[in-house]
Design a protein around this ligand. Structure first.
Ligand SMILES: Cc1cc2nc3c(=O)[nH]c(=O)nc-3n(C[C@H](O)[C@H](O)[C@H](O)COP(=O)(O)OP(=O)(O)OC[C@H]3O[C@@H](n4cnc5c(N)ncnc54)[C@H](O)[C@@H]3O)c2cc1C
Length: 296
């Protein structure tokens, strides 16, 4: 049996050798040495201090909807902001204060009930607020568009600070926030008619459901769209790769930029399929597809 990490006492949940396949939308991934859900910022800081002193790797996981964890064990500490202190959703007027662990669908629903628009572009994205900010996610509007500021904790020393949205280097599926753990977001929303907000959300969800395999096990779009007007999905489709299967990993027939775990795919199947797609698209179109999903 593997030796367990001598771990500091906290009230939050701690599990050893936790299978990461339980925590990703792909349902893929080997175990991690320690899974930790700190109860509050103080406990999070304690964990970071411990990790620093023992030179342990840490990784922050939200809803695991943009990650492919490898089959081999992650020999470090997986931190998840899943306790209720990190999931708060609070509105004052048009301002929303959202914990990084809050699921996006709950945020959208609550904003919709209040007749506040600005987060509908996140509809159908099965992630958390923290993950969405880190990835600058969105469907037609990205999260950065409605963000006022965030509260973050520095990974190296646990110090807390606030960052204004304008000072964050947001880009396409990029935030440059690698040195921080996102704790909380303040959004600036717009007062609108409840019916209009709901209809816009439904319209976007309908469009997404029609074009993407939302009910399958996946991690969303695998590749970033290249720097031109042709989306990655079209290059993959034009390479006749829709339906291409390696092991239980398959290129979606509905949206070619999605890889689906048909039954019990291994990370290795997905990685082999990713390489296959990249080689085929490179040889046919001289385009280098870059993964959008995080491979850990
Ligand atoms: C069916 C499906 C549809 C999708 N559609 C879209 C879409 O339309 N648009 C889109 O942009 N994406 C889409 N995605 C991808 C994914 O859902 C988003 O990127 C989502 O915002 C990721 O959030 P998460 O909480 O799951 O992050 P995770 O996948 O858990 O993590 C993603 C990255 O964020 C980091 N991270 C997470 N939380 C924090 C935090 N608190 N502090 C610091 N770093 C953190 C992680 O370390 C990791 O590097 C889709 C995925 C699926 C499965």
């Amino acid at each position: 049996m593997k030796k367990r990490i001598d771990f500091p006492k906290i009230k939050g949940r701690v599990c050893f050798n936790e299978p990461l396949s339980r925590h990703t939308t792909f349902r893929i991934g080997g175990p991690c040495a320690v899974w930790i859900e700190p109860q509050n910022e103080k406990e999070l800081k304690k964990i970071l201090k411990f990790a620093g002193s023992k030179a342990k790797k840490i990784f922050i996981i939200g809803a695991g909807s943009n990650i492919l964890f490898r089959d081999k064990a992650f020999n470090g500490m997986m931190i998840h902001l899943g306790s209720k202190n990190f999931k708060k959703i609070h509105f004052t007027g048009t301002k929303a204060i959202i914990g990084a662990g809050a699921m996006l669908n709950r945020v959208i629903m609550r904003a919709c009930k209040k007749g506040l628009s600005g987060v509908e572009g996140l509809v159908g994205i099965p992630g958390t607020m923290g993950g969405a900010i880190f990835m600058n996610s969105g469907y037609n509007r990205v999260v950065a568009n409605s963000l006022d500021e965030i509260k973050v904790m520095r990974r190296t020393n646990g110090n807390i600070r606030r960052l204004k949205s304008k000072d964050i280097k947001f880009g396409y599926r990029h935030s440059g926030l690698n040195s921080y753990i996102i704790l909380e977001a303040t959004l600036r929303l717009k007062k609108n008619n409840k019916k209009i907000v709901a209809e816009e959300g439904e319209r976007l969800l309908y469009a997404k459901k029609r074009t993407q395999p939302l009910s399958e096990r996946s991690a969303g779009c695998v590749f970033k769209n290249p720097d031109n007007r042709i989306p990655a999905a079209l290059y993959i489709e034009m390479s006749q790769l829709k339906g291409k299967k390696i092991g239980d990993a398959k290129v979606s027939e509905k949206h070619a930029n999605f890889i689906i775990n048909v039954k019990s795919a291994k990370a290795n199947d997905v990685l082999r399929l990713i390489n296959f797609i990249r080689k085929r698209v490179k040889s046919r179109f001289n385009i280098n597809l870059i993964p959008e999903i995080k491979i850990v």
